[in-house]
Design a protein around this ligand. Structure first.
Ligand SMILES: Cc1cc2nc3c(=O)[nH]c(=O)nc-3n(C[C@H](O)[C@H](O)[C@H](O)COP(=O)(O)OP(=O)(O)OC[C@H]3O[C@@H](n4cnc5c(N)ncnc54)[C@H](O)[C@@H]3O)c2cc1C
Length: 636
């Protein structure tokens, strides 16, 4: 480094060059400040570790010294030299070339100023599962106006379907429904159920959102939630599979998803309702509703426009479709269930009132719970869904409690890292649950012995025993993994969110910015970012709320000037850049026949700069003359 400092000191325009081991430390920064002041420096180059970590540190240092912070340039010695060049001599030569390039480039740096925009204090939360609920309540309690948009007729998400929650076995409804009610009653929360975001424009601090409000055919302002319309419906029995009971019960054309639904307003399903099909229904629901006159068959989808400063996306997950693995016989053998179905089956308010009776009417005497269905599998999803081991143990406990059956849990590895999780696993072993280490190869109904007659036979390699076993059971539970929502790509496009290779929304930094996204002002909460349990979901919802508050309470947003700009004198109006811009930051000014760039939306990706045939699109800090100077510095 001493040689590097000496080389730099001899370059034209360099007034002072120093070697210092930790330039980012307080004394290191102080040294820079003193030099800028003493020598009246108007450009600073630091050649050290990654700009990703310390560019901002040194920009602030330069500003402290009284100079414009953008008159600073950093050479990435760590990633570009030390980490990739083994030969010390070659490394030093490369570092010298990069420093030369930086010094030449620095001469062309221009003073830049960050832009400031006011922030709308309202927040949009998309998704009303436990993540969205917790985020909305935290924000509302901090006196912010929150729009909570949920596409189902009720909030609650998957948690509302569970009986108990691991590892404490709290009753899910007992801990969730008070929060759901709090959402409904909170004066700062504008609950918009049966709604979906259709369009988003604007930028951090100032988003304009169009929300589609689907018709319930029941006026939310007039309905008292008495449920008399449901009672009066001419269908005495439900005929449509209940979404909430994952098809294990039937609902009527007019229905409430579940008794504690929030809001407690029923919905009419036009696909099932006779009135919509033939107009020949006696409409006993209308009669039952009486003077309240809440039923309105003429409702159509409406659009509501919102203006918000921040958005929290909390759209959750979808369970893996067990039909994709036909070897387990889901949909073929009636007594093969998914874990979500079992959640409903063991639930005292579920379709069987908590009685575990199989589809063939029998009570199971032996049950196999198969972990990792659609997780940790090269053919489906390679990732671990994080919650399945624990919820499988929970279901094993509940099934044993309800049926007294012998329960086998088949696992690849038992993953129980969490507070009280390992203790829960131990407790289950003491309760007499058999845990077999091995992935079940198939579920068949071909008996090879009298003991297998009429049973579901699980063929598995017991990897602890080192033997292939055949285990006959009455009931099979497939512990399905968690997958991104089917329409997560569409949601991602609305908010300009990136996705990981598995399809989960991508956080800005996995460790340092776990709820931020690459779209400023849009945050993530819960399982839409990746599989997680309820405690982690709630914690992340709290962080997303805190990040939104930090943005809003500042009152204005400052945007780094590392954006593109369009020289309208040169622009030919070809509009190529408009189609290329991934952030929809460029619009066509038809009066002037030129492209106009919105700096608040621009992320400085440079796509328009590369695409512009006339050279009208340029980018701050990456101007042509700066780049040419840098190239020249490397070559000479
Ligand atoms: C079988 C099973 C059992 C489990 N048991 C436990 C347990 O015992 N303990 C535990 O800690 N964890 C458990 N989990 C994990 C738990 O389900 C999740 O941690 C939790 O549900 C995540 O909440 P969420 O709000 O992120 O997502 P979700 O619960 O999926 O909620 C997302 C919400 O967003 C809505 N939504 C989706 N897309 C849109 C859109 N475009 N616009 C508007 N709204 C939208 C959905 O309708 C839904 O209401 C279990 C998971 C499974 C599969």
């Amino acid at each position: 480094m001493i040689r590097l400092a000496e080389t730099a000191g001899k370059l034209p325009g360099v007034v002072v060059s120093r070697e210092y081991k930790y330039a980012c430390s307080d004394p290191g920064q102080d040294m820079i400040v003193q030099d800028v002041r003493k020598y009246g420096l108007n450009r600073v180059v630091v050649a050290s570790c990654s700009p990703h970590l310390h560019e901002l540190t040194f920009r602030k240092t330069v500003a402290t010294a009284g100079q414009n912070p953008y008159l600073f340039h950093m050479v990435n010695i760590r990633e570009h030299v030390s980490w990739v060049t083994e030969d010390p001599e070659a490394a030093t030569a490369k570092a010298e070339a990069l420093v030369k390039a930086a010094v030449l480039r620095a001469a062309f740096l221009r003073e830049l100023e960050p832009r400031r925009f006011p922030v709308n204090p309202n927040v949009l939360v998309v998704g009303g599962g436990i993540a969205g609920i917790h985020t909305a309540l935290t924000l509302a309690n901090a006196n912010k106006q929150v729009y909570l948009v949920e596409r189902e007729p009720t909030i609650g998400g998957h948690m509302a379907q569970f009986d108990k929650t691991f590892p404490t076995l709290d009753c899910a409804a007992c801990i969730l429904t008070p929060k759901m009610t709090a959402v409904k009653q909170h004066p700062n929360i504008h609950l918009m159920t049966y709604c979906e975001v259709g369009e988003v424009s604007g930028f951090v601090g100032s988003f304009k959102v169009k929300v589609k409000k689907y018709p319930r055919y029941i006026d939310e302002d007039k309905c008292t939630g008495c449920g008399e319309c449901i009672e009066a419906c001419i269908f005495k029995e439900g005929k449509t599979p209940s979404e909430f009971d994952v098809g294990l019960s039937k609902r009527k054309p007019v229905y409430l998803s579940f008794p504690q639904a929030v809001p407690p307003i029923p919905v009419i399903d036009p696909e099932a309702c006779i009135e919509f099909k033939s107009h020949k229904c006696p409409k006993s629901c209308v009669e039952a509703c009486g003077d309240r006159a809440a039923i309105d068959f003429t409702q159509t989808t409406r659009e509501v426009e919102l203006e918000v400063g921040a958005v929290v996306v909390a759209t959750g997950f979808k369970p893996f479709d067990a039909r994709r693995l036909p070897q387990y016989g889901y949909g073929k053998h009636p007594n093969v269930y998914t874990s979500l179905e079992v959640e409903r089956l063991v639930n005292a308010s579920g379709p069987t009132l908590g009685q575990v009776v199989m589809r063939d009417g029998r009570k199971p005497e032996s049950i196999g719970v198969l972990h990792c269905i659609g997780s940790r599998d090269e053919n489906t999803n390679r990732y671990c869904s994080r919650v399945c081991c624990m919820y499988s143990l929970k279901l094993a406990h509940l099934l044993k409690e309800k049926t007294g059956a012998h329960i086998y849990n088949f696992y690849i590895d038992m993953r129980t890292p969490g507070k009280g999780f390992e203790e829960f696993y131990k407790r289950l072993l003491e309760e007499g649950i058999s845990c077999i280490r091995g992935k079940v190869a198939e579920v068949s109904t071909w008996p090879q012995s009298p003991a297998e007659e009429g049973k579901l036979v699980l063929r598995v390699e017991d990897t602890l025993l080192g033997a292939v076993r055949r285990i006959p059971v009455d009931m099979v539970v497939l512990s399905v993994g968690l997958e991104p929502q089917a329409d997560s790509g569409q949601t991602g496009r609305l908010f300009n969110l990136g996705c990981s290779s598995d399809g989960w929304f991508l956080e800005r930094h996995p460790k340092l910015a776990p709820v931020d996204t690459f779209t400023d002002g849009v945050f993530l909460a819960g399982c839409c970012q990746g599989p997680k349990d309820i405690p982690d979901t709630v914690a992340q919802g709290g962080v997303a709320a805190a990040q939104s508050l930090a943005l809003i309470d500042k009152g204005c947003v400052e945007i780094e000037p590392v954006t593109a700009f369009i020289d309208q004198e040169i622009c030919s109006g070809c509009q190529i850049c408009i189609a290329m811009c991934p952030y929809t930051a460029i619009q066509f000014d038809s009066e002037k026949s030129v492209a106009a760039l919105n700096e608040a939306l621009c992320k400085g990706c440079g796509t328009c700069v590369a695409a512009c045939p006339s050279g009208a699109a340029q980018q701050n800090l990456f101007l042509d003359e700066q780049l040419f100077a840098e190239v020249q510095g490397v070559l000479v």
